[in-house]
Ligand binder design. Structure first.
Ligand code: CDP
Length: 245
């Protein structure tokens, strides 16, 4: 649980963070699409110490039948952490956290997809965290968005995840593991950058109204950068026009 200020110093005398970043600086990000041959669409992301694969299947007839919606597709994201993805071996299989993350990620992705075009179908999105270092839900949303685009699923916009928060009383972008563990607040967000729409907003810890506004603005600016990386990644595979689906 966040909220307490810890004894560990997370910002040095020069205002730099423990990994040398400025408060509003992202960790390095690398993306690739089309990494899983059997999937309809797939993508891979390295974001700081996170390594995550997403694979998309569908739209295909939803099964079991009672889950079908007559006027739209259902989006079923499954967030899963590999046993070897964290310091202490994670017990395989769904736990409370991954069930919650699967749900919020499904909802965030649904808001970007033209689900009404595919009644009675399911779009399955598998998010496999191979290595975790904080921010996996937002990195997972980002890589899932690329995999959906790679599958040719029509979306109102690509979706970008990004977190901001507070450490040592300073509002910072994109917390790493130490900052997540010993910081005061973490605010994961998912954004549709073209409209500025927010598809996910959670908050762990305490922020004042001004700090929250500041954190959201930081995440919004960063989302535009990450969005451009997504577009470039898709262009590298598909050429132009990826923005005009
Ligand atoms: O990953 P995210 O920040 O979206 O979610 P979190 O629940 O705030 O988890 C933060 C980090 O804690 C994860 O990214 C992992 O590095 C770590 N973690 C872990 O070590 N063991 C778990 N069972 C769950 C999370």
């Amino acid at each position: 649980m966040m909220g307490m200020k810890s004894d560990i110093r997370l910002i040095d005398d020069n205002g730099l963070r423990i990994d040398g970043r400025l408060p509003n600086q992202l960790r390095p990000i690398k993306m690739e699409v089309g990494v899983v041959k059997r999937a309809d669409g797939s993508a891979y992301i390295e974001w700081g110490g996170n390594k995550i694969i997403a694979a998309v299947y569908g739209p295909r007839e939803a099964y079991p039948k009672h889950v079908q919606e007559s006027d739209r597709a259902i989006v079923r994201a499954r967030y899963n952490m590999a046993a070897f993805s964290v310091d202490e071996r994670k017990r395989p299989g769904p736990d409370r956290r991954s069930v919650e993350l699967s749900k919020v990620i499904s909802e965030a992705l649904t808001s970007a997809i033209f689900v009404e075009k595919f009644p009675r179908t399911a779009i399955d999105v598998y998010i496999e965290v191979l290595q975790a270092d904080a921010g996996t839900r937002v990195a997972g949303i980002t890589v899932a968005s690329l995999a959906l685009a790679d599958a040719g699923i029509p979306m109102r916009d690509l979706i970008v995840g990004c977190a901001a928060g507070k450490v040592d009383d300073v509002v910072v972008l994109d917390l790493n593991k130490e900052e997540d563990n010993f910081g005061q607040a973490d605010v994961p967000m998912a954004i549709l950058p073209r409209t500025g729409e927010i598809a996910l907003l959670q908050m762990d810890g305490d922020l004042t109204y001004d700090e929250l506004t500041n954190a959201m603005e930081m995440a919004m600016d960063a989302a535009k950068k990450i969005y451009n990386m997504e577009i470039e990644t898709l262009k590298a595979k598909y050429g132009g026009d990826v923005n005009e689906q």
